[in-house]
Ligand binder design. Structure first.
Ligand code: NDP
Length: 293
């Protein structure tokens, strides 16, 4: 039987309508749009593309977007000062530091310069700690989008064995925390895990967050597994993008699977809008709404 397609484009369209309405309501109440600032240090082409896509996403729902593009030679203290200044502006609700930074700059210092309430990427240690403790937090956009997809397709992780491949602070680890909070039994695998296939075969839910095209094949999966593929791998000069999961073999075995492209990717920026609204609500003391619980 063909697997259920966990379609990120469908969910993103629904969330876009929701955030357009919530943004309009916000403007009606407060007289100004929710505002996101992206602080970027020039020098990375992929980041230029990504920041343009954030702008389109924000402006597409009527949010205000500001781009602070700093020169490549910006020093650590200049960068941190720019971040602190953006965070201190009461008209700004969310601040995102575009990563990666040039090699002479430390991402950890830049992230710690953020006001945790405005850290819409959910990378500040306070947000990571709050997530780990089950407290309200800004959740990193990519795993939040993965959970939103599970919810959209009524897949309940409770009691399921979730196997996550990848342990970065941006994707794998927060995904593990989110699944654990929803009562899954969680295994985290990484580059030093022996017998990766053996772990994956035990997964009712398999999450790929590696960055290696086709690393996970259908032969490794338990029949009927739910597969969330966060991988984005450009495999040729024409810009063809594939996931970490081999689509052809995995879709013959899985009960539900995210396509790449069109799965987790389109939902990620929507979660940034969610966090920007959440930040606006926290800052003004308005009630919070949660998409991902
Ligand atoms: P990182 O490079 O930070 O982390 C990769 C993880 O994969 C590490 O934990 C690493 O292990 C692990 N790993 C590497 N090789 C293997 C292997 N052979 N077997 C098992 N584990 C392995 O990547 P990110 O977490 O930032 O991103 C992961 C993927 O998700 C990338 O393809 C990225 O492009 C994509 N991505 C997708 C987004 C979306 O919206 N869909 C947004 C952000 C990222 P170790 O820790 O031991 O090094």
């Amino acid at each position: 039987m063909a697997p259920v397609l966990l379609d990120g484009r469908v969910l993103a369209k629904e969330l876009k309508a929701q955030f357009t309405a919530e943004g309009a309501e916000w403007i009606g109440t407060y007289g100004a749009a929710p505002c996101l600032v992206v602080v970027q240090v020039s020098g990375d082409d992929a980041s230029d593309w990504y920041v343009r896509s954030i702008r389109r996403t924000c402006e597409g729902v009527g949010f205000r977007f500001e781009h602070q593009l700093l020169p490549t030679e910006t020093t650590q203290s200049e960068l941190e000062q720019a971040i602190r200044t953006a965070c201190a502006d009461s008209a700004v609700h969310g601040v995102l530091v575009q990563l990666p930074l040039p090699k002479h700059l430390a991402a950890a210092g830049a992230i710690e310069a953020l006001d945790p309430n405005k850290d819409v990427d959910g990378l500040h240690p306070l947000n990571a700690g709050r997530l780990a403790q089950g407290l309200p937090a800004h959740i990193p956009n990519t795993p939040a989008g993965g959970m939103a997809l599970l919810d959209r397709y009524s897949i309940d992780p409770a009691g399921q064995h979730a196997v996550i491949v990848g342990r970065s602070g941006v994707v794998g680890k927060p995904m593990a925390q989110l699944l654990l909070a929803r009562n899954a039994t969680v295994t985290i695998c990484h580059s030093r895990t022996p017998d990766l296939a053996e772990h994956i075969r035990r997964g009712d839910i398999v999450v790929a967050a590696v960055g290696k095209a086709g690393l996970i094949t259908g032969a490794m999966l338990k029949p009927g597994a739910v597969v969330i593929d966060f991988g984005i791998n450009v495999v040729d000069a024409g810009g063809t993008v594939v996931g970490d999961v081999d689509w052809e073999s995995a879709s013959a075995v899985a009960s539900a699977i995210t396509p790449v492209p069109g799965g987790t990717g389109p939902v990620t920026n929507m979660m940034l809008l969610h966090n920007t609204l959440q930040a606006a609500r926290w800052i003004t003391g308005a009630a919070t709404s949660t998409i991902v619980s």
